[in-house]
Design a protein around this ligand. Structure first.
Ligand code: COA
Length: 391
């Protein structure tokens, strides 16, 4: 029997089996490739996390070495992509739009006389995205792009390509923790898009291009920028209570709080707050971090008074903003840096979908008319009714 019940946003509907990550929203637990996020994020390199997702196990030292060498080989951009990014930067195109353009051309320069394995594209995409983002940013800042360096790991090389400075080890560790923490998170919107595109037996470049478009939206990957603005504004004004009161009284949402799935503090917020605390302590800037922690506590308690029936706790974006700001990622690149990480999850989901595929084809519930009478075009009256629209 066909189920015609409407499930808006597919909420509560399971559409795929996965070994990649598992979320328990009630208990506030996230498992990535079999590891609780707390254990993986602070210990692994990003390359290890991606190997884990692609192979369902951690690499040996030799495997990791050859995996890193392979990834390093895919870091450079074709001249054509570089030109697109230069033009995008010159026209002030948003970073996520520039990334979409760069990713869409990621199969330029691939020898198509030989069939290319999806796994190779997976590694290419993981490797090239940081170069696309950094190249765009260098042009956007009026600087020349910085060539990737083979002697640096994934996270360190990204920081290096952005700044042209020798990366600070504390910043590299902070960024790496972030990249590991958000690499995969169940069937979120962009991951679903990637799997959905893959399900028609399309290719990984198409799937990741679509996923970038999905991640761009403010309901998905766009929150950490506004979180940072909020924190800097309140830090400067020195009046957190006033800000919280005004915002909630105005019926506005506090950025960085609340989640569709978690009813507890987002476990990723806990990992990232630990990483941020260490980073700011090393950098000798405890004052900002102390302010952030104090603000979080006040906000959670004000939200509990504001919505006593609905747990509204800190989500991942709150400490993403704090950590990325600390390690020197420009605010304009927060969402693109999310993509630098999440591409590991996207491509692993695509490969999982390919291994056990069924084309994604949900139903829609038709709520339109069924008995309209056709009128020739010159007899139709103008009307503003959307029903009369031909679109
Ligand atoms: N600040 C204030 N109130 C909030 C809130 C927040 N951050 N998040 C949810 N609420 C309130 C809503 O206004 C709603 O109240 P209402 O029932 O009176 O309308 C109630 O809590 C339930 O919200 P709902 O929109 O149903 O929750 P959701 O599960 O659909 O939304 C988010 C989840 C993340 C979209 C939402 O919490 C939010 O907008 N947070 C702020 C943006 C953010 O941090 N996004 C990053 C997410 S990782």
């Amino acid at each position: 029997m066909v189920d015609r019940e409407l499930h808006r946003g597919l909420e509560g509907i399971a559409v795929a089996e996965t070994r990649l990550s598992s979320i328990d929203g009630e208990r506030g637990e996230l498992v990535i490739g079999g590891f609780p996020v707390e254990g993986l994020a602070t210990r692994a390199t990003y390359e290890e996390s991606v190997f884990l997702l692609l192979n369902d196990r951690l690499p040996t030292a030799a495997e990791l070495d050859s995996f890193c060498t392979e990834l390093t080989g895919y870091r450079t951009l074709s001249e054509e992509v570089e030109q697109v990014l230069r033009r995008a930067a010159r026209e002030n195109v948003d970073a996520m739009d520039a990334l979409r353009m760069g990713v869409a051309a990621a199969n330029l320069g691939v020898d198509t006389t030989e069939p290319t394995e999806a796994r190779e594209y997976a590694k290419r995409l993981v490797s090239v995205i940081p170069t696309i983002v950094a190249t765009y940013w260098r042009y956007r800042s009026g600087d020349a792009p910085v060539e990737p360096r083979e002697d640096l790991g994934h996270a360190a090389n990204y920081l290096y390509m952005l700044s042209d400075d020798e990366p600070d080890p504390a910043a590299v560790r902070g960024l790496e923790t972030y990249l590991n923490t958000v690499v995969d998170h169940g069937l979120n919107a962009s991951t679903f898009v990637a799997r959905s595109i893959t399900s028609s037996e399309s290719d990984l470049v198409s799937a990741v291009t679509g996923a970038v478009g999905s991640l761009k939206g403010p309901l998905h990957g766009g929150a950490p920028g506004p979180v940072l603005e909020m924190l800097l504004t309140v830090y400067e004004s020195g009046d957190p209570e006033g800000y919280l009161q005004e915002t909630l009284d105005a019926g506005e949402r506090l950025m960085g709080f609340g989640h569709r799935v978690y009813r507890t503090r987002d476990p990723r917020a806990t990992v990232l707050s630990g990483a941020a605390e260490r980073f700011y302590a090393d950098a000798g800037d405890e004052a900002f971090f102390d302010f952030v922690e104090g603000f979080e506590a006040r906000a959670v308690s004000r939200l509990a008074e504001h919505k006593p029936d609905r747990p509204l706790e800190t989500n991942v974006e709150f400490y993403t903003a704090v950590l990325l700001y600390g390690v020197g990622i420009p605010r304009e690149l927060f969402t693109a840096t999310f993509a630098v990480s999440r591409v590991g999850g996207w491509v692993a989901h695509c490969l999982e979908q390919m291994a056990d595929n069924r084309i994604v084809r949900p139903l829609s519930v038709y709520v339109g008319d069924r008995d309209r009478t056709w009128t020739p075009v010159d007899e139709r009256e103008a009307t503003n009714s959307p029903k009369a629209s031909t679109e």
